[in-house]
Design a protein around this ligand. Structure first.
Ligand code: ADP
Length: 362
């Protein structure tokens, strides 16, 4: 199990990682998700011993790692730019870690074969790295990291340099591979799709700090901030003012949800986030539910999304909204529709810190 406590890393005056706490349990895949420059790589490098932190401690399986050299930590770190030895064979590359650990040759051969099998490249050990495709090279890099038998596997944007089709294929291969491996994994990405496909738990990071950690469905249901909501892909985030039991928003006055704990702000400035199922286009033949808020709207655009459409509408109060509709009864561009908003799928959150209100740092 990995425990990071109060970790702070700075470059000159710039604090890249700020008093950060993070835990990963045995065999768990934790994805650190955040925009470019928020400190993800610095976090991994500090855990690996490649950066000296200003403060904080890293504990792995009960052992305090502070002050240990990278090679004494038994942590595997794989970068996007995998830096294989191009003219050496696949087996030479994969056996690099075990050779550095001074293991007997027979043992190394076994580790290399096992690692190549795990990444579905059994039998390629004799080939040179340059004779393999980009995706295969990425898998060799993963096998090299695995063959060193790390106690913790850290992957830093490992799919970032691959084209979309290849990335999607590797993304499908990775979860069963990581499960079979059973090692604790810290996986860093700025891509929500990757994080959602892989993570047992997500940690959303911003400006050197973890903003929220939890299973992905929990983050979808209860994002802790407008930033987390936007970063997960929830696009409807509005500034609001809470007074009485009402949130004044650009969509009009929304009643606050009745349940305790759902509303983080009871008065003053706030942000409202519409969860994924907050909006629907009403059916003219069916009455709107009593609790729903009606928003007249005009259809601006339609976009296919697999088995349904997403329509872009301008609501009468002003804001544009994206609403899912089934293909069969999708309205046309220019049609007037009624969008129903379910207040139970609205979260009222504290306003974002000054300077980040527009979420422009994504
Ligand atoms: P991420 O991995 O989330 O993109 P990084 O950890 O690479 O973020 O960087 C965090 C911040 O620290 C950025 O502002 C970056 O410019 C800065 N930074 C990273 N590495 C260095 C370095 N070696 N020297 C100075 N600043 C750095």
């Amino acid at each position: 199990m990995l425990e990071v406590r109060g970790l702070t890393v700075s470059y000159g005056d710039h604090i890249a990682v700020a008093e950060l706490d993070l835990t990963a349990h045995d065999g768990e895949v934790v994805c650190v998700l955040g925009p470019s420059g928020c400190g993800k790589s610095t976090l991994l490098r500090a855990i690996a011993g490649l950066e000296v932190p200003d403060a904080g401690t890293v504990v792995l399986d009960g052992q305090v790692l502070d002050g240990l050299r990278p090679d004494q930590r038994r942590i595997g770190l794989m970068f996007q730019d995998h830096a294989l030895f191009p003219h050496r064979t696949v087996a030479d590359n994969v056996g690099f870690g075990p050779r550095m650990q001074g293991l007997p040759r027979r043992h190394i051969t076994g580790l290399v074969e096992d690692a190549l099998e795990l990444v579905d490249l059994a039998g390629t050990g004799h080939r040179t790295v340059t004779s393999l495709s980009g995706g295969e090279q990425q898998r060799v890099a993963l096998a090299r990291t695995i063959a060193a038998r790390p106690r913790l596997l850290m992957l830093d944007e490992p799919l970032g340099s691959l084209d979309r089709a290849l990335r999607d294929r590797l993304l499908a291969d990775l979860p069963p591979l990581l499960r079979e491996l059973g090692t604790t994994v810290l996986y860093v990405t700025h891509d929500q799709d990757e994080a959602l496909a892989l993570a047992d738990r997500l940690a959303v990071m911003r400006d050197g700090r973890i903003q929220q950690v939890g299973p992905s469905d929990e983050l979808w249901r209860s994002p802790a901030s407008g930033f987390v909501a936007r970063f997960l892909g929830l696009e409807h985030v509005f500034d609001a003012e809470v007074a009485g039991r009402v949130a004044r928003t650009p969509l009009g006055d929304l009643p606050l949800p009745a349940e305790d704990g759902v509303t983080a702000v009871t008065s003053g400035p706030a942000q409202v986030v519409l969860l994924l199922d907050a909006l629907r286009v009403t059916d003219p033949l069916l009455p709107i539910r009593a609790e729903e808020v009606e928003l007249p709207a005009e259809v601006l655009a339609r976009r296919f999304a697999g088995d349904h459409l997403r329509i872009r509408v301008r609501s009468k109060p002003g804001p544009e909204l994206t609403v899912p509709v089934w293909r069969g009864d999708a309205p046309q561009i220019g049609d007037l529709v009624t969008v129903a908003l379910d207040p139970a799928a609205v979260r009222v959150l504290p306003p974002d810190d000054a300077g980040h209100a527009a979420g422009a740092d994504q």
